[in-house]
Ligand binder design. Structure first.
Ligand code: PNS
Length: 161
């Protein structure tokens, strides 16, 4: 039987409950979801690639159908090497749409056989982003409902607390 595999790419700097919500919902549609951390350092991330991978693994490690990996270069090339059929992206609000549409159309123009599947982020997490989490944490604000405990601890360590 043909296993349905999806790649969920992103910076994950760091992973939040919003990402986890998308992962859990994607697992209801696909047999396997590969969480693929971009090695592209364009955004000067707070956490190294290895730190981001370790944080994701400690959060999804118990889910057998969720895999964690890294990629660089073109996303569609990576998707092909993993024999995946789809790219998963979460949409929080209209403001996400323009960038996501551009990315999906670009990917489709390069590779006709990879589909992008958009999942609407749960309303509860619609305001949430890794950047917001880093900002709140940098000012010692509460991030308990926004990220798993292991991520909160990693943020505390980054801010020397
Ligand atoms: O979490 P992010 O930062 O919104 O993720 C963006 C990401 C990593 C998915 C995107 O930048 C990407 O796919 N980069 C790989 C390079 C690529 O394939 N570019 C062409 C499509 S725009």
């Amino acid at each position: 039987m043909n296993r349905k595999i999806a790649v969920y790419p992103g910076s994950f700097d760091p992973i939040t409950f919003g990402h986890l919500d998308i992962i859990n919902r994607a697992l209801k549609i696909f047999d396997e979801v590969i969480i693929a951390v971009s090695r592209n350092e364009r955004k000067s991330p707070m956490f190294s690639v290895n730190e981001r991978v370790d944080l994701i693994k400690s959060v999804v490690g118990d889910i057998p159908r969720a895999k964690v990996d890294t990629f660089d270069g073109l996303l569609v090339d990576y998707v092909r090497t993993r024999k995946a059929q789809a790219i998963i992206r979460g949409l929080r609000a209209i403001s996400d749409f323009e960038y996501e549409l551009q990315m999906a159309q670009t990917n489709r123009s390069i590779s006709k056989d990879v589909e992008t599947v958009f999942l609407m982020t749960s309303v509860f997490y619609s305001f949430l982003s890794s950047s917001i989490v880093k900002e709140v944490s940098s000012m010692n604000g509460p991030v308990d409902g926004l990220v798993p405990l292991v991520v909160k601890k990693a943020l505390d360590a980054k801010f020397n607390r």
